[in-house]
Design a protein around this ligand. Structure first.
Ligand code: ZN
Ligand code: ZN
Length: 174
């Protein structure tokens, strides 16, 4: 017999293919004060801002700790994916890792519980299921670079002839 700490595991509510971010938290809610870890990988469509995006087929991995608190479930997570976009100055394709840390509350009565907590907003806890997708979507869209640059010293394109001034000079008089 092992005597290590009780570590319940969370399972996704339905098939990994369709709802990788929906988590059944029944056991957690039945054990106030308990915490469990949960990891999942999935994709989310339509994650984009003007000049950068996470492609719909791009994997998004989430490592989370779920904690049963009096008002619901507190989820601390690390979200990892890759964004791509175009440099706003020279239009070259760029891509980079996006790693985000979030701490969000999921509760059954969102309107009632947000007033007396430190959290600006809470996500809904429907019955015994937590759907992480809206949280992941918000975190990614808010953190996608609005003005991506290939390099902070990018010289951009000549406004007259369109030459990429990082690669060569032109003779235009601007
Ligand atoms: Zn550039
Ligand atoms: Zn030019």
């Amino acid at each position: 017999m092992k005597h290590d700490t009780y570590k319940p595991t969370l399972t996704t509510a339905s098939s990994m293919e369709t709802h990788p971010f929906v988590v059944n938290v029944t056991k957690l809610l039945n054990n106030p004060g308990s915490r469990v870890t949960f990891s999942c990988v999935g994709t989310i469509p339509d994650l984009s801002v003007t000049s950068s995006r996470v492609l719909s087929e791009q994997n998004i991995s989430v490592d989370a700790v779920f904690e049963s608190v009096h008002s619901g479930v507190l989820v601390s997570s690390i979200i990892k994916t890759v964004w791509e976009g175009e440099c706003r100055r020279c239009l070259s394709a760029i891509s980079s890792d996006l790693i985000l840390r979030t701490k969000e509350l999921f509760c059954q009565d969102v309107a009632l519980d947000t007033a007396d907590t430190d959290y600006f907003e809470a996500y809904p806890l429907a019955m015994d299921k937590v759907d992480l997708e809206p949280m992941i979507r918000d975190a990614i869209v808010l953190n996608l670079p609005a003005v991506p640059l290939c390099n902070t010293r990018c010289k951009g394109l000549c406004s007259v002839c369109g030459t990429n001034l990082n690669e060569q000079m032109c003779n235009c008089v601007v």
